[in-house]
Design a protein. Structure first.
Lengths: 289, 236
């Protein structure tokens, strides 16, 4: 019949062929050339549950516009979410010796490439048995140092003895604190010694990321902008059973060589050695470049 | 010192995120990076400070403007927060004046309650704490230099970032001036500068800015703080 649209079953077929048929208002759309494949029950269609596909290229235009606007707006100093961990610079090593642990850090603080201070204090002495060092966002480091100080005072009052917190308590508290605060932009290194029940000196080394995931190492822990170089140089220099003086030299050497390869760390190196007698510190001169 | 006076019209909801002020559910872990990833608001102002023999010299440019327009050229950005401490702020003027007055009034409250002033180190830690506490609520976009010389302590200068980073420094600068002036201060600053020498170094810095910096900063407010108080230097 004349009122049935071409292409629907039962309609008149034009003998002139497909080229003669007007595409608009419609001949049923693109015609299937190959027969429809049988559904294969052994391999169900993996895209059966896929949602709408990727956005088509028409969406590239607003993305480019947004990027352009962002570039134009970025006149001032920016701290992006990606580089918040490297904005201020700084690196830290903690290494274990025989009956002692040591922490070494650099003392450069910068605002990006610009050096603000060559006297940045990254290491916080919690008590005579534990020290904590921070890299990443320096304001957060200072905030967490204050929190740790409060916690140590509270613990010392509760236990009625100094030190209030053992190194294990320090790193467990920090891990919990970081997790509960939904992750902070810092990396933490905890090093300490305490006495076990049998009276023997135990060493503790713990590294943590901003979410509080702990790693307890036997040899060394590194953090900061020079960490890639530090891994190599520490691996090469570490030996078992170093005494406090040898540990001091090793830490200073590792730090100095790694800082030479990192522009965001530099300045003097300060090394703290924690033994059962307490914490001793030594500062070595370094270059700021 | 715990701040007793809260800034007016601050959000009560402590879980609010910077991009959704009234949200009561805590955002996820990476959402807070928006707070730390917030770019420093773009302003053209600068400040320079240096420490001398028993005094601290702070200088801040006196331009107030936005984008290409200058509203006024005699704005004083160096606030006295107590009898022996001054604070130079850099950033959008709204945040600088609100935060500056907030700190001033809390310092005065501490003085009234405790009959004694906070030391410069104490003031620096208090200010840093306020900046850090505000970071997730809605950051104050204020970079500042704090200088103080109270009676029983040596003169100290503190550099502070809007993210709550605090550093004790011998000399420092914020804003675009830092790109030009820090190397001059590296060369010319030495321990124990007298006031005349410090002003000479400051003149060299400002001359450098006049030569090489695109934005004209014709007037500067310059203040010196020592154990006797705050003095304004007639620099221009």
């Amino acid at each position: 019949a004349a009122d049935i649209l071409p292409g629907t079953p039962g309609a008149a077929v034009d003998e002139r062929g497909p080229a003669a048929v007007a595409v608009f208002p419609g001949n049923g759309g693109p015609q299937r050339i190959h027969p429809k494949p049988e559904p294969n029950i052994n391999h169900p269609n993996p895209r059966a549950m896929a949602g709408p596909g990727p956005r088509r290229s028409g969406a590239r235009v607003p993305v480019l516009l947004v990027m352009l606007i962002a570039m134009l707006m970025s006149f001032g100093r920016r701290v992006e979410a990606n580089d918040v961990m490297t904005h201020y610079g700084g690196s830290v090593i903690a290494m274990r010796g025989k009956g002692c642990v040591g922490i070494a850090c650099d003392m450069r603080l910068g605002a990006g490439p610009q050096t603000v201070s060559t006297d940045a204090r990254r290491v916080f002495k919690v008590n005579d048995g534990a020290v904590v060092a921070f890299t990443g966002l320096f304001g957060i480091a200072q905030q967490v140092m204050a929190v740790l100080g409060d916690q140590e005072r509270k613990a010392a009052l509760q236990r009625l003895k100094e030190p209030g917190m053992t190194p294990m308590a320090v790193y467990n508290f920090l891990s919990r604190f970081l997790w509960e605060n939904r992750g902070l932009p810092c990396e933490v290194v905890v090093a300490g010694v305490d006495k076990g029940e049998d009276g023997k000196v135990r060493t503790h080394l713990c590294g943590m990321d901003g979410l509080g995931a702990k790693v307890l190492n036997d040899d060394f822990v590194v953090a900061g902008t020079a960490s890639q170089s530090l891994y190599g140089v520490c691996e090469a220099s570490y030996t078992d059973g170093m005494g406090p003086e040898e540990l001091l030299e090793t830490l200073e050497k590792c730090m100095r060589n790694a800082m030479d390869r990192d522009c965001l760390s530099g300045g003097d190196t300060v090394v703290h050695i924690v033994t059962e007698k307490g914490v001793t510190s030594k500062r070595f001169k370094g270059r700021v470049d | 010192a715990a701040a007793k006076l809260s800034p007016c019209r601050r959000r009560r909801n402590l879980r609010a995120s910077p991009d959704h002020p009234y949200r009561s559910v805590a955002p996820g872990p990476r959402a807070d990076c928006a707070a730390f990833g917030s770019s420093q608001a773009f302003t053209m102002d600068s400040t320079i400070g240096m420490r001398g023999d028993g005094f601290v010299l702070l200088a801040a440019d006196a331009n107030a403007g936005r984008s290409i327009l200058i509203y006024k050229q005699d704005l004083d950005k160096i606030l006295p927060i107590s009898e022996n401490q001054i604070m130079a702020t850099v950033g959008p003027q709204a945040d600088c004046s609100v935060f500056g007055e907030y700190i001033q009034k809390n310092m005065r409250l501490y003085e009234l309650e405790n009959q004694i002033n906070l030391s410069t180190f104490g003031a620096a830690n208090f200010i840093r704490g306020e900046l850090a506490k505000a970071l997730r609520r809605g950051p104050y976009q204020v970079n500042l230099l704090l200088g103080g010389a109270a009676k029983d302590e040596e003169a100290s200068l503190f550099w502070m970032d809007y993210l709550g980073t605090l550093q004790k420094v011998n000399y420092g600068a914020h804003g675009y001036a830092s790109n030009f002036v820090l190397s001059l201060l590296d060369a010319h600053w030495e321990k124990g500068l007298t006031e005349e020498q410090a002003i000479e170094v400051l003149r060299k810095c400002i001359k450098e800015l006049e030569t090489r910096f695109m934005i004209a900063l014709p007037k500067w407010s310059v203040k010196v703080v020592d154990s006797e108080g705050v003095r304004v230097i007639d620099f221009n």
